[in-house]
Design a protein around this ligand. Structure first.
Ligand code: ATP
Ligand code: MG
Length: 465
């Protein structure tokens, strides 16, 4: 389906909550206005004196250079919500380099990493504290769901390119007005009402990743879509907008979603927002899927507790759990399009999983059980365990395999077997494998019992030279 080519420069504006966006963009349309000294106090209370002073220094340098600087985006939202801000972003009206490399910052031993292609820089203070700078910009989307063309702009155009009103506020750092809140789109009012509102009617068409960003904010802050924005979501879906998004961009957003601690809530929202087809066909038994997801979290926690030095690609566990009950081709179709690391392992596991429980039950000897578990990747094994209650024998067997059995090897290595008279070659490999199985089955423990076992099996002569 084709999508009308509309751009961020000529969208129909949405009226924000509050008094609208026609007034002086430097003032908030909120009647309950926060003054600059109040914001300064909030910065000090929430982020501390050291950070406040750093921002004041930057504001001073920026004023001196004639390139105004602003705190912007998520960190302003978090400040107003009294939540810790994970990362601080600064927007600069002017040359980022001149500010980031200015002598006062060098005197403070602040290290600067420039990314000239993107007009951004990262500052690192000696204590490890980090600040990200970006030049204010205007964005223009040449076609829906593509990357935008950008050119330098001022703070107002920079706020106008953002995803939601709650993320489109800035705090000025100029020494004369330090703490001045810029809220031209009514973000603060939306924040108070728990609303996610896009800034213009083409927002989701320009960049459908905003839909999934919105879903994450909805889950994280328990916010909901404002009515007009909900209608725009439906319109974007009716235009099949995600079909135009690259697999890499879609997968990145989905991965963030899968990483949410509140994944069950996120999946419920995914359904409410009619977004299931992105991830899989809509589940018929949501309860059982959510139960597996909850157990999946327990399995991942178990793994990190018991195998702290090993890496686990959590997203592969989630995809395996989510795709366990859908046709294999549905998973394959998505993995063909998304660049998922180790995607072929997920597809192989999905083929193996239906037969695993029966095979494991029939296996009998520990070595046969171990061989079966070894057919699955680590995420596949954890996904299978997540289908059973924590105390189930299947889970115990999987955990036993991960904690102990997979590490057991033959007590005698190839060199030692050759020293005992076995010739090198494929048969040696078979003997090593049999020794490992014997160890798994508890028939041997160490080198001596292994040697006796080899004699008993007729592999070594009973009288050694
Ligand atoms: P988080 O706390 O998860 O980091 P955030 O809002 O800071 O949330 P970032 O991805 O760090 O999110 O982006 C910083 C800011 O950049 C956002 O607050 C928003 O203003 C803007 N932004 C990020 N991605 C987009 C996008 N796809 N479209 C428009 N604006 C965006
Ligand atoms: Mg951020």
């Amino acid at each position: 389906m084709t999508v009308n080519k509309r751009t961020a420069t000529d969208p129909a504006p949405l009226l924000p909550a509050g008094s609208g966006r026609q007034g002086d963009p430097g003032t908030t349309p909120d009647t309950n206005r926060l003054t600059a000294p109040q914001i300064r106090q909030m910065l000090q209370r929430q982020w501390g004196d050291v950070l406040l002073q750093r921002l004041e220094v930057i504001g001073g340098i920026a004023a001196h250079l004639g390139t105004p600087a602003y705190l912007v985006g998520g960190c302003v939202r978090d400040l107003l919500q009294n939540r810790p801000a994970p990362d601080l972003d600064l927007a600069i009206e002017g040359d980022v380099r001149a500010l980031a490399e200015s002598p006062p910052l060098q005197q403070l031993h602040v290290q600067c990493q420039l990314h000239p292609r993107f007009g951004t820089a990262t500052l690192r203070y000696p204590d490890g504290f980090r600040l990200d700078f970006a030049r204010c910009r205007v964005e223009h989307y040449p076609a829906p769901a593509t990357l935008p063309e950008v050119r330098p702009g001022d703070i107002h155009s920079d706020l106008a390119r953002r995803d939601f009103t709650i993320n489109a506020m800035a705090v000025g750092l100029d020494p004369t007005t330090f703490g001045n809140l810029l809220d031209p789109h009514g973000g603060r009012a939306d924040l108070r009402q728990g609303l996610l509102r896009v800034l213009h009617s083409c927002s989701f068409l320009d960049d459908p990743t905003r839909i999934l960003r919105g879903l994450r904010f909805a889950v994280r802050f328990q916010f909901r879509l404002e009515k007009g924005t909900r209608a725009l979501l439906r319109e974007a879906l009716a235009q099949d907008i995600f079909a135009q998004l690259s697999g890499a961009r879609l997968w990145r957003e989905l991965q963030y979603l899968l990483e949410l601690a509140d994944l069950p809530v996120a999946l419920e929202r995914l359904g409410a927002w009619r977004l299931w087809p992105l991830l899989r066909p809509e589940p018929t038994d949501m309860e059982s899927l959510l139960a597996r997801i909850r157990r999946g979290h327990q399995e991942i926690d178990w793994f990190h507790r018991h195998c702290p030095d090993e890496k686990l690609f959590d997203a592969a566990v989630w995809l395996t759990i989510l795709w366990r009950d859908i046709p294999w081709a549905e998973a394959e179709k998505r993995l063909h399009y998304w660049p998922v690391a180790g995607g072929h392992h997920i597809l192989r596991d999905l083929r193996l999983l239906p037969d695993m429980p029966g095979a494991l039950t029939r296996a009998g000897r520990p070595s046969a059980v171990g061989r079966l578990w070894e057919r699955l990747s680590l995420p596949g094994l954890l996904a299978l365990c997540a289908e059973y209650p924590e105390t189930d024998i299947m889970v115990e067997s999987g955990h036993q395999h991960l904690r102990r059995q997979r590490w057991l090897s033959s007590p005698l290595n190839g060199k030692e077997l050759q020293a005992l008279g076995l010739a090198p070659g494929p048969r040696l490999g078979e003997v090593l494998e049999r020794l490992r199985n014997a160890r798994l089955d508890g028939e041997i423990e160490d080198k001596e019992t292994a040697r006796q076992w080899l004699i008993g099996q007729g592999i070594l002569p009973s009288i050694q030279p």
